[in-house]
Design a protein around this ligand. Structure first.
Ligand code: UD1
Length: 332
């Protein structure tokens, strides 16, 4: 079975390609390296000892998409490609709307024209906005606080309307919590091109002495130690969730939404302390003001993914912290 992976050279995309190849799927990747590097493709081959087809280009490019679908007997698509930096999206909203929405519309049109109607979409827990109840269930109310999040929510809406118009589509919308860690081989991982916005990539750069100290954004939240609580999930677990979702869209039609998280919340200081302990390295930090838009706590109810997909995250926080740092050590 041949799967098209958009954004397959990215952080979550590359780990998912590894899991797909290891599970016996054939893979076709489209990526324009806007936030990744061609080296990742070699690393995927090294990890899996398997090959795949690669097209360099933009998912907004319908001509290229048509060529890919004409040249390959694609069965299903996993759509990762998109801009994902919250802060940048606030500064350049039109760029985010143009890229994330346009690429998805092009992809859906070309899929429909080629009668490929099985899709797994990379969404985010950001669509839950400021959650009213924890843990978060998939039927919680949806809202967003920034243009990046709005693109995810808009695409969810587009997919819903598409399914209503033609219920031969089969769509799984995966809402990721906080993916961290890296492949245990250290060959692929998260490598932001600029100063990181997210917690784990920042900690890693501080540990590696590329940045002086971590700023902990607020210690007066309503949590066990006052710092923000999130549901961190190992990227390898998250990637395995996509295999389960591919199985699901190939079994049933419908549009279904799944949280991919562990169901456990850890605070910023829990992460820092675990990282220090398992890697035996210091991570200097200082407490600073809250980051605008941040919330106290956010963690998943992962029951639906367990019941309907048979998905359960198995990696511990120790493994997430160890693998995140191992990747940096191997790529110094
Ligand atoms: C962010 C995005 C979310 C996106 C997700 C991807 C926002 C508001 N949300 O989630 O849309 O899907 O990344 O993983 O940006 N922290 C620090 N110091 C730092 C960085 C972070 O203390 O230098 C804290 C934050 O205040 C938060 C926690 O660490 O409590 C996690 O932050 P981050 O990794 O940026 O993820 P989210 O904000 O949860």
């Amino acid at each position: 079975m041949k799967i098209l992976v958009t954004g397959g050279a990215g952080f979550i995309g590359s780990h998912t390609v590894v899991e797909l190849l290891d599970s016996g799927y054939e893979v076709v990747i489209i990526d324009n390296f806007s936030n990744s590097s061609p080296k990742v493709l070699d690393s995927i081959k090294e990890i899996t000892n398997k090959d795949f087809k690669f097209y360099e280009g933009d998912v907004c490019d319908k001509q290229l998409l048509n060529k890919i679908f004409d040249e390959n007997d694609i069965n299903s698509v996993i759509h990762f490609a998109g801009f994902k930096a919250v802060g940048e999206s606030v500064k350049k909203p039109l760029m985010y709307y143009r890229n994330n929405i346009d690429s998805t519309l092009s992809l859906l049109e070309v899929m429909g024209e080629h009668n490929v109607k099985k899709l797994v979409f990379s969404s985010s827990a950001t669509v839950y906005g400021k959650p009213k109840e924890l843990p978060i269930k998939e039927d919680a109310s949806l809202s967003t606080t920034n243009p990046y999040g709005s693109t995810k929510l808009m695409i969810e809406g587009i997919l819903k309307d598409l399914y209503i118009s033609d219920n031969s589509w089969s769509i799984a919308v995966l809402r990721y919590f906080n993916p961290i860690g890296a492949h245990p081989t250290g060959l692929i991982g998260e490598n932001p091109k600029d100063i990181p916005n997210n917690l784990m990539p920042y900690i890693v750069k501080v540990a590696n002495k590329e940045l002086k100290e971590l700023s902990v954004f607020g210690n007066d939240y309503d949590t066990h130690d006052g710092t923000g609580v999130r549901d961190y999930i190992h990227v390898v677990d998250l990637s395995r969730g996509h295999i389960k979702a591919i199985e699901k869209v190939n079994k049933d039609t419908g549009i279904n939404y799944y949280n991919l998280g562990t169901g456990t919340g850890y605070s910023v200081l829990d992460i820092v302390e675990t990282f220090k302990r398992v890697n035996n390295i210091d991570v200097p930090y200082k407490i600073v003001d809250r980051r605008p838009g941040d919330i106290d706590a956010c963690f998943a109810d992962p029951t639906k993914a367990l019941n309907e997909l048979g998905f359960k995250a198995t990696h511990t926080l120790d493994e997430m912290c160890k693998d995140a740092y191992n990747y940096v050590l191997k790529n110094k």
